[in-house]
Ligand binder design. Structure first.
Ligand SMILES: C[S@@+](CC[C@H](N)C(=O)[O-])C[C@H]1O[C@@H](n2cnc3c(N)ncnc32)[C@H](O)[C@@H]1O
Length: 406
């Protein structure tokens, strides 16, 4: 999935990417005690693994009129509806014009799963708890799934037949189906820095478009215990909402392969359907973007990136992001440039870069996000920042004025 940024929380890249490769998260002892205090989540211990399910219908959060619970309440303020879309299963369609920066969804998780191949004991415990909450169980099984991730039958060479009807299926079949639904629908989240997988039934109806073609962005809010979606462009009523399952910009062939293997569909977003020449050009820009990002992160990480060069790279990244129509990471690099300017004691450049960062954080993750608030604090008084003028004084370039209008 996409690179971890210093400023922004880790992006999940849509549903469940890369979780297979990460070690089993066992939440025990103190961690569990903390989790159990969260009002929206209740935890159960199975062996060394915790199972978290959303709060009871009677919880205070369930009455919050602005937040979806697992049944998709908030009907009176509906911004999008979930409808069947040819070739895509279901998808989310705007039922009114949506302004850029608008909050489109807040949703609590139906469940939080370990960030690993799902333990059988976890599935058994989940079903035990859902005996008392059939509507949660039904919400879960109504979700779509792509692969069942089963080996072919050695005798026939065909995928095994699996009964997907929960009441009549065997424990094995139930396990496989649960695993498949999780793989297709979860988003990577964190609780107390532990990587986990969250399942959000409304959120998970949003289909994929490749980076740059997305009109919404999502953000897991650990503090609030909720998933959020923000509009990153003006969206006309009747338009499908789309975000990227694959994090950052990358070459078309790799995107298509990954999506086919992981989710079983062939992407036909506006960037996957460009002609050969335009695809080659876009792939080249994406490769350039990635190389600059890697270089910036490596050298700023080990303290060997000189200030002027750092600003030049951020400006190049910005230019490329405009060519790619890629908005993700604009805020992050603008903040990085602001921090460089602070370290070199250039208040004017720092303020310009931080204003740009604040604008984009506000659009992409909300004005009340940790990111936007952190930048706002710096903006209030850049000369009071810890490392103000900690390096040689330099006069640095700011962002182009026109970038504020993008
Ligand atoms: C998280 S779900 C999205 C909602 C889903 N379409 C549904 O019916 O609930 C992911 C699955 O949706 C389908 N999907 C997502 N984006 C798609 C796209 N751009 N084109 C075709 N199918 C897509 C794939 O089957 C994928 O495995």
């Amino acid at each position: 999935m996409g690179s971890k940024t210093k400023a922004t929380p880790k992006r999940s890249g849509g549903a469940g990417l890369s979780w297979r490769s990460i070690a089993l998260v066992a939440l025990i002892g103190a961690t569990l005690a903390t989790l159990a205090m969260r009002p929206a989540l209740r935890s159960f211990v199975v062996g060394h693994v915790s199972v978290l399910v959303s709060g009871s219908q009677g919880s205070a959060d369930a009455l919050d009129p602005d937040m979806y619970d697992y049944e998709g309440h908030m009907a009176d303020r509906k911004i999008f509806e979930v409808v069947a879309l040819p070739g895509k299963g279901k998808g989310a369609i705007a039922v009114r014009d949506i302004k850029r920066g608008e909050l489109v969804l807040r949703e609590k998780p139906l469940l939080v799963a370990p960030d690993e191949e799902t333990p059988r004991a976890w599935v058994n415990e989940l079903f035990f708890n859902w005996t008392y909450s059939p509507s949660k169980r039904d919400t879960f099984f109504n979700l779509t799934h792509s692969h069942l991730w089963l080996d072919d039958d050695p005798e026939t060479g065909l995928p095994p037949k699996v009964n997907i009807d929960p009441p009549t299926q065997t424990p094995d079949e139930r396990f496989w189906l649960t695993e498949a639904i999780l793989t297709t629908n979860v988003a990577a989240i964190t609780l107390n820095d532990a990587p986990l997988r969250g399942l959000f039934p409304r959120f998970s109806r949003v289909n994929h478009v490749c980076p740059g073609a997305n009109n919404v962005n999502y953000e897991w809010r650990e503090e609030e215990g909720e998933m959020r979606i923000y509009a990153v462009r003006d969206i006309k009523k009747g338009t499908e909402l789309g975000h990227s399952y694959i994090g950052q910009v990358g070459p078309r062939a790799a995107r298509i392969k990954h999506l086919e293997e992981t989710y079983g569909f062939t992407c036909n977003c506006k960037f996957c359907t460009l002609d050969a020449e335009a695809t080659e050009q876009r792939d080249a820009w994406a490769a350039e973007w990635k190389a600059l990002e890697t270089d910036f992160d490596a050298r700023s990480g080990n303290g060997t990136l000189p200030g002027k060069e750092a600003i030049r790279i951020v400006r190049d990244l910005w230019e490329l992001s405009l060519k790619l129509d890629y908005t993700t990471d604009r805020a992050r690099f603008s903040e990085e440039a602001g921090l460089v300017a602070i370290a070199h004691g250039d208040k004017k450049a720092a303020v310009q870069w931080l204003k740009l960062a604040h604008k984009y954080f506000t659009i992409e993750v909300g004005v009340d996000s940790v990111d936007a608030e952190r930048v706002e604090e710096l903006l209030d008084n850049p000369t009071k920042a810890d490392d103000w003028a900690s390096k040689e004084r330099l006069t640095l370039d700011g962002p182009d004025k026109a970038w504020f209008d993008t």
